[in-house]
Design a protein. Structure first.
Length: 286
């Protein structure tokens, strides 16, 4: 018999199935980090053969393995992610503020350029990107490939469009009277931005920072193109891929390396998911 609760039960069941499908790869990675290579091959989807002692052994083997260079890759990923996020938040906020408050054809054209760039797939520009960065590096005398500054510059370019788009929508809801009052009190444009606008942008900046952070930390394609898979500078995803090449059949070490690369962003997302939702909601309302 169909009741009013039937649609809700159906939607709940569908949600559970979708969640199970999405979480299944993480489940396989997690349970198999508690096994050795033979246990993974024998029972890849069950807890049979799993032990905490083997988990500690796998972590020790990965962290101390010279072919993986975990701490070096972790430090490189951390530097690239943190610096890129700071620059994106700062310059993205500045650009969004100027675009909102300057009602000119040029500001509209620049804003539409940002929006249009979001529709271009990365695969279309990845090969021209490498050649362009190589030529720019030769012209400036600075290595833009296989270097941390070069890939940070690339992330600022690719992440700037979404950052400006989200921040612009939020700034439109900030009363312009606040800036007028600051100008009357003798505040410079720079002071207005850093003392008034930037603090008000905190909720949406947190949202944009976390979204960009998860993308930058987990990204593989751009670092593999700009840093190279066999270069001295490696991010964690590139290092994991190189580790797979070194240990094709040792799935215990491969999956443990993948788990170690995922853990930081999982922790950040779990701690900041409330801020993500609040920032999105406030941005949508404004």
């Amino acid at each position: 018999m169909v009741t009013k609760k039937t649609p809700k039960v159906v939607l709940t069941a569908v949600a559970i199935v979708i969640a199970a499908y999405i979480l299944s790869p993480f489940y396989l990675v997690l349970i198999n980090t508690f096994k050795n290579a033979n246990g993974i091959v024998a029972n890849p989807v069950s807890f049979v053969g799993a032990s905490f002692a083997q988990f500690k052994t796998n972590i020790s083997n990965v962290v101390n393995n010279s072919n993986f260079s975990f701490w070096s890759a972790f430090g490189t990923s951390a530097i690239i992610t943190v610096v890129s996020l700071v620059l994106l938040a700062l310059f993205g906020g500045m650009a969004a503020w100027v675009i909102c408050r300057n009602k000119t054809k040029w500001s509209t054209a620049i804003y539409m350029t940002f929006i249009a760039s979001m529709t271009i797939p990365f695969q279309v520009v990845m090969l021209p990107l490498v050649s362009t960065f190589r030529d720019v590096g030769k012209f400036l005398g600075i290595s833009m490939l296989q270097s941390i500054p070069g890939i940070i510059f690339a992330y600022c370019g690719f992440g700037g469009a979404m950052t400006v788009f989200i921040l612009t929508g939020f700034i439109k809801g900030i009363p312009y009277e606040l800036e007028e009052a600051a100008a009357i009190d003798g505040c410079s444009p720079e002071g207005t931005f850093f003392r008034i606008i930037l603090p008000l942008l905190k909720p949406v900046i947190v949202t944009v920072t976390i979204l960009n952070g998860m993308w930058i930390w987990n990204d593989y394609l751009l670092p593999s193109l700009m840093l190279g898979q066999n270069g001295k500078v490696k991010t964690l995803p590139v290092a994991v891929q190189a580790f797979v090449g070194s240990y094709v059949k040792q799935w215990d070490l491969i999956l443990t390396a993948a788990l170690l690369a995922m853990i930081p962003m999982i922790i950040v997302f779990l701690l900041a998911q409330k801020q993500i939702m609040n920032g999105m909601v406030e941005g949508a309302i404004k």
